[in-house]
Design a protein around this ligand. Structure first.
Ligand SMILES: [Mn+2]
Length: 320
């Protein structure tokens, strides 16, 4: 674990007003990181506003602070903090971005381009891990609500501690969260087990569409536009649907295609180590990590299949 640089701590300590932004379509890590940092800064008597892309998935709505999201914004802040967001284009931001003395970027994406005035980017399991370390460095007491927010961030981005991005540091941080609140079983079930009816049906439809590409250990699942509409929209496609493909015996790479508009797919892609699929996401203007990335694809799905196959074959040769 790198030490949090002094200038980041100073930036947070020495300023008074903060606006927190995260990536569009925020996930558990984005929301959990924002809330933990926001609550922490409020403990230091700072003024904190959040500007977050709504709606938020149902399972995250129990988190505190959500009622404070998108309240009237100031014209000017000391600091705009961007969390879990690899480029400014991915940030969900007001049409007119308030003025700020400085933008501070805190992120764990490999594809982060360090677009802030101040940047702290480290490849960790979740941005929430970095936020935890910042909060500790600021000597802020973590209350149970902040612990829940941090646990939510770490647990969701690591697939309940099963992904290859989990490290000893992840567990060290989570072990400290257990000293604040002794039991996360209920929260884990809420985040990873429980689904509403529409989410269950959507998951079923994804499984039904599962196809293994001929001659390659690549799984593809497609949720067509009508299915997404029938079961309550993309918000009801839970994060773990893409992992179902990955859990099929022998599969190395999975693509889950969500037809958000006719012929336009939001693609979630997963890979098993040591395979790295983040380049294809960058190529299509998306982003992400080595083993989990996303992008938008329009066009012939067979071409995408071919591309995935090429990635697999090129990397198989280097890894063997
Ligand atoms: Mn994240």
């Amino acid at each position: 674990m790198k030490k949090i640089p002094e200038r980041i701590i100073e930036c947070l300590n020495d300023n008074q007003s903060f606006l927190i932004l995260v990536h569009q379509k925020p996930d558990g890590d984005a929301i959990g990181s924002a809330i933990a940092l926001g609550k922490g800064l409020k403990q230091l008597n700072k003024s904190v506003d959040y500007y977050i892309d709504l709606p938020i998935e149902e399972k995250l709505l129990f988190l505190p602070e959500i009622k404070c999201f998108n309240q009237s914004l100031k014209e000017k802040y000391d600091i705009i903090v961007l969390l879990d967001c690899s480029t400014m284009e991915f940030a969900f931001q007001p049409e007119v971005l308030p003025e700020a003395k400085l933008t501070l970027v805190i992120d764990h994406h490999k594809s982060n381009v360090c677009y802030g005035d101040l940047n702290f980017v480290e490849i960790t399991g979740a941005t929430a891990e970095i936020v935890f370390r910042i909060i500790k460095a600021l000597n802020i007491k973590i209350d149970t609500e902040m612990a829940d927010a941090l646990f939510t961030g770490i647990s969701t981005d690591t697939g309940s501690f099963q992904f290859s991005n989990v490290t000893a540091d992840t567990h060290k941080i989570v072990s400290e969260l257990y000293l604040i609140k002794s039991n996360y079983a209920h929260l884990s079930r809420l985040l990873h087990g429980e689904k509403n009816y529409n989410q269950m049906k959507m998951t079923g439809a994804a499984i039904h569409s599962l196809e293994i590409i001929k001659d390659a250990p690549i799984a593809m699942m497609i949720l067509d536009h009508q299915t997404i509409k029938d079961f309550g929209g993309t918000l009801n496609i839970s994060d773990d649907v893409a992992n179902i493909g990955q859990n099929t015996s022998g599969v190395i790479i999975t693509a889950l295609l969500k037809e958000v508009n006719t012929g336009e797919y939001r693609v979630s892609i997963r890979a098993k180590a040591p395979f790295d699929i983040h380049e294809i996401a960058l190529k299509y203007g998306g982003g992400g990590h080595e083993r989990a990335a996303g992008f938008t694809f329009k066009g012939d799905i067979n071409l995408l299949k071919k591309e995935l196959q090429d990635i697999y074959e090129a990397q198989r040769d280097t890894h063997v």
